[in-house]
Design a protein around this ligand. Structure first.
Ligand code: UDP
Length: 220
């Protein structure tokens, strides 16, 4: 990390305010001054500071003098994250990953750019995770899982071994994903939503919403 770079937590609402202290700690450990860290929010124009940290619009962020710019996208909505990732890439803003100091990462973890790993998250061994993953507090991903891009875990998600989660899936608070088998993973399809507290015992089709124990597709 470079002391002349500028770092942003993009999104100054609920999740952004939870990510900011992690970002601050990560930079402090790398010897980067707290003034090099800001919130960026497209709705900025209200308070100039949130929790003691400056809030800039995206245009203001781009206009600040900096050797390079980095942003972590702290917005739960995965489609918004994808849109902002493209905007940042276009403007040369680098994807930044932020992880709490007590995150556990075991062997052979491949984690894509822009991840946020909240406190008490565990990534066990031999797993792969795509870009801009969010793992909220107390979640875990176990061995041999393959997680796509822009996947979001709410707090306390239990993702057991040999599970495949496709892009843009959202896993709600306290959901439990049953372990798959080698070569026969349990699959959460692209854009699927797993409701709070669901116990998922079989694969979920793309775009479906499942709830309950055992989890069933919610008909609209
Ligand atoms: N936001 C933004 N640009 C966008 C979409 C959202 O800056 O294109 C900001 C929005 O103004 C809000 C935050 O991101 O401050 C999203 O907050 P929300 O409460 O919807 O979600 P959460 O913090 O739970 O992810």
């Amino acid at each position: 990390m470079n002391p002349h770079d500028l770092y942003a937590v993009y999104g100054a609402s609920g999740y952004g305010r939870e990510v900011m202290p992690l970002a601050r700690q990560q930079l402090a450990q790398a010897g980067v001054a707290a003034e090099r860290l800001v919130f960026v929010d497209d709705a900025a124009g209200g308070p100039v500071q949130v929790n003691g940290q400056r809030v800039l619009t995206y245009a203001q962020f781009l206009a600040q003098p900096a050797a390079a710019r980095h942003a972590v996208l702290a917005i739960a909505n995965s489609c918004v994250r994808e849109k902002l990732a493209a905007r940042c890439a276009h403007d040369g803003v680098r994807a930044w990953s932020v992880a709490a100091a007590n995150v556990v990462r075991m062997d052979e973890v491949r984690l894509g750019e822009g991840a946020i790993l909240s406190p008490f998250v565990t990534l066990t061994s031999n797993l792969r995770i795509g870009r801009h993953f969010h793992a909220n507090i107390y979640s875990y991903v176990a061995h041999d899982c393959v997680v796509g891009d822009f996947v979001t875990f709410a707090p306390r998600v239990c993702c057991n071994g040999n599970v495949v989660i496709e892009d843009h899936a959202y896993i709600g608070t306290g959901a439990v994903l049953r372990q798959g088998q080698p070569g026969q993973p349990l699959v959460i399809g692209r854009g699927a939503v797993v409701g709070m507290g669901a116990v998922v015992t079989k694969s979920v089709p793309p775009g479906a919403t499942v709830v309950g124990n055992p989890a069933r597709v919610m008909e609209r």
